[in-house]
Design a protein around this ligand. Structure first.
Ligand SMILES: Nc1ncnc2c1ncn2[C@@H]1O[C@H](COP(=O)(O)OP(=O)(O)OP(=O)(O)O)[C@@H](O)[C@H]1O
Ligand SMILES: [Mg+2]
Length: 260
């Protein structure tokens, strides 16, 4: 079952609703996100942004609505299938193994590789070795992109909070995602690392990855996100450019009006 669409939309939501008991955290959200953009999702605390991300990622099952990735319905898929279908949120993959090195952690993110099959290890050793080599090269390249080459042999438990974020990004990139969801990437990181993260997000975007970012830091949002989507009380109240958001009375009232 494929959803035909004439637009370049990569992600399409139709009436997505998520309730917790009697409380509606995500309330009939519909929007389309074009291929190649960096979208920003903003809104006050408790607006339902993270709940929407978790629903998109298959971590929560929507009570109503449909989600399509590149025309393919993903709203009924479990998280690992959504991940390998091309929608990547860091929490979809198991957390890093703290006692393993950075390189080992990045290399463990792989789908159905030959080495997992017992008989292959015995009878098709060459195949396994070749796959390991390709995987290692890919991991090394991603580690370099994420600026972790210097610490690639270190155990993950020695990383700083910011480096841990870069490691999570590196692991997600192993899946070649079509769209990367980032929930508050700038939260709790120092200003210089924040700039590194922003640079990485822009560089990823230039390499063809579409991104969707939840962020409270308006400098980050205003400098790299277009379009911007605003949620309040579970509903999407705005989608458009930054200037439009600044002038929208509903947006000002719900969120931006409080900011300097
Ligand atoms: N598992 C859950 N069970 C019950 N209520 C939940 C659950 N997860 C979230 N909520 C509620 O849903 C609402 C939306 O929460 P959510 O975390 O999605 O907001 P948010 O927009 O990400 O906020 P913030 O900017 O503070 O991260 C909140 O009122 C929250 O208490
Ligand atoms: Mg949140």
């Amino acid at each position: 079952m494929y959803e035909q669409s004439n637009t370049k939309s990569l992600l399409k939501l139709r009436g997505v609703t998520k309730r917790f008991g009697g409380f509606t955290a995500v309330d009939g959200v519909s929007f389309e996100l074009e291929k190649g953009v960096i979208g920003g999702l903003i809104g006050p605390n408790g607006a339902g942004k993270t709940s929407l991300f978790n629903t998109l990622a298959g971590l929560l099952i929507p009570d109503e609505g449909e989600i399509f990735l590149d025309g393919v319905p993903i709203h009924n898929l479990p998280p690992h299938k959504t991940f390998w279908a091309g929608l990547a949120r860091t929490f979809q993959i198991p957390r890093p193994f703290l006692e393993m090195t950075i390189l080992e952690n990045v290399m463990t993110v792989r789908e159905g590789q030959a080495g997992e099959m017992f008989w292959n290890n015995w009878f098709r050793h060459g195949l396994v070795a070749r796959e390991e080599k390709v995987l290692r090269e890919k991991a090394e390249e991603i580690i370099e992109f994420c600026g972790l080459t210097r610490v690639r042999g270190d155990h993950a438990n020695t990383l700083s909070g910011g480096q841990m974020k870069l490691l999570e990004l590196a692991r997600v990139l192993m899946a070649d995602p079509k769209i990367i969801l980032l929930d508050e990437p700038a939260a709790g990181v120092n200003p210089s690392l924040m700039m590194t993260l922003v640079d990485k997000i822009e560089a990823l975007n230039e390499r063809g990855h579409t991104c969707l970012i939840i962020e409270h830091n308006m400098d980050v949002v205003m400098s790299i996100c277009d379009p911007i989507m605003v949620m309040a009380q579970g509903k999407l109240i705005y989608k458009g450019d930054v200037d439009g958001a600044r002038q929208n009375p509903q947006v000002l009232d719900a969120y931006l009006g409080d900011l300097p």
